[in-house]
Design a protein. Structure first.
Length: 292
C-alpha cells in the first residue's frame, strides 16, 4: 500500500488540567474519506485545529506527503493547500460572496507577486495600484473559477454572488466557507461539522455536494455528528472519546463497536440537538452499511 498523504503521530494538546487530545495518531491516503466521530468534548475540533495549524500541539508531528508540517502557521498551511472549514462557520461578513471565495485563491496568485528580495512588498503594492494587464488577466481568471465553484451549490449562492455574506442565511454562509476552501485547490479538505445547524433538506443537499467532492477523488477529513451521513460517505471512521481514539475501522465496524456505543450512551446528546439514542439506532443488516 502507498504511504498516506497525511500522517499525524502522537498528537497531544492540554488545556490546563484537561488533555483534550491525548496521543492521537491519524492518517489519510490520497483520495480517501476519513470521518472522525465522538461525543461532545471528545477532542475532535481540537485535533483538526492542530492538524491544520490553528492551534499548536504540545507533542506530536504531522507530515503531508512526507514533508513535516507540524505547527505551521495557518497561512503556511494554506500554501501547503491544507484547507478547512470551521465548526461555527467563519466568513468575512462585510465582504461579498465573490470576495470571500477569492480569498481562497490568494495563495495561487502569481502575476501580482514579486520574487525580488527586500523590495517585494513595494513592488506588490505598485502592481496593486497600477494593475498591469497580467494582474487583471489573472484576477479575471480567478473570478471565472470562483463563479464555477459557486455554481457547485446550484442556485443557492450564484444569485447572491455580489451580496455581503452578513446578509446570507446561516446555511449559505456555510456553503461560502466550503467554496472558499475549494478555491485553495486543497490537497486535504478538512470539514468540521459542515451541516451543523442545517435542517434535514439542507443536510441532504450538503451530503450530496460532499459526496460529489468525494467522487472527484478528493482527500477529505470530516467531523460530523450526523451518523447516517458519516456511514454513507466514509471509507474509514475514527471514533474519539476523552481525547483518545477508541475505535477505528469501516463505518459499520465503528458504529457497532461496543466502546463507541458506550461512549455515546454516556451523553444525553451527541452534538447539535440529536439525541444519542436516535443516532445510534441499530444498523440494518446491509453490506453497504447504509442506515437511512
Ligand atoms: N481553547 C480552549 N481552552 C480550554 N479548553 C478547551 C479549548 N478548546 C477546547 N477545549 C476543551 O477541550 C475538550 C475538547 O474540545 P473539542 O472542542 O475539541 O471537542 P469536540 O469533540 O470538537 O466537541 P463538539 O462535538 O462539541 O464540537 C473539551 O473539554 C473542551 O472544553
Ligand atoms: Mg467540535
Amino acid at each position: 500500500m502507498t504511504e498516506p498523504l497525511l500522517t499525524a503521530k502522537g498528537i497531544v494538546r492540554r488545556f490546563g488540567g484537561i488533555t483534550a487530545v491525548d496521543n492521537v495518531d491519524l492518517h489519510v491516503h490520497e483520495g480517501e474519506f476519513l470521518s472522525v466521530i465522538g461525543p461532545n468534548g471528545a477532542g475532535k475540533t481540537t485535533l483538526f485545529n492542530l492538524i491544520s495549524g490553528q492551534d499548536r500541539m504540545d507533542a506530536g508531528s504531522v507530515t503531508l506527503d512526507g514533508e513535516d508540517i507540524t505547527n505551521l502557521t495557518p497561512h503556511k498551511m494554506a500554501e501547503k493547500r491544507m484547507a478547512r472549514t470551521f465548526q461555527h462557520g467563519r466568513v468575512f461578513g462585510n465582504l461579498t460572496v465573490m470576495d470571500n471565495v477569492l480569498i481562497g485563491c490568494h495563495t495561487r496568485l502569481n502575476a501580482s507577486r514579486s520574487r525580488v528580495p527586500v523590495v517585494s512588498p513595494a513592488i506588490e503594492l505598485l502592481k496593486a495600484l497600477i494593475r498591469p494587464k497580467s494582474v487583471r488577466d489573472e484576477e479575471e481568471a480567478m473570478r471565472a473559477e470562483v463563479r464555477e465553484i459557486i455554481a457547485t451549490f446550484g442556485e443557492r449562492l450564484t444569485p447572491r454572488i455580489d451580496q455581503p455574506t452578513y446578509s446570507l442565511s446561516y446555511a449559505n454562509r456555510r456553503r461560502v466557507e466550503i467554496a472558499r476552501a475549494l478555491a485553495l485547490h486543497p490537497r486535504v479538505l478538512i470539514l468540521d461539522e459542515p451541516t451543523a445547524g442545517m435542517n434535514e433538506s439542507e443536510t441532504a443537499e450538503m451530503q450530496r455536494i460532499i459526496g460529489d467532492l468525494k467522487a472527484q477523488g478528493r482527500t477529505i477529513l470530516l467531523i460530523e455528528h450526523k451518523l447516517n451521513m458519516v456511514m454513507q460517505l466514509s471509507d474509514r471512521v475514527m471514533a474519539m472519546d476523552n481525547g483518545k481514539v477508541i475505535s477505528e475501522g469501516t463505518p459499520s465496524q465503528v458504529r457497532n463497536d461496543p466502546k463507541v456505543i458506550e461512549a455515546y450512551l454516556g451523553h444525553s446528546t451527541i452534538g447539535g440537538d440529536q439525541p444519542a439514542e436516535a443516532e445510534l439506532m441499530p444498523e440494518p443488516m446491509t453490506a453497504a452499511g447504509g442506515a437511512e
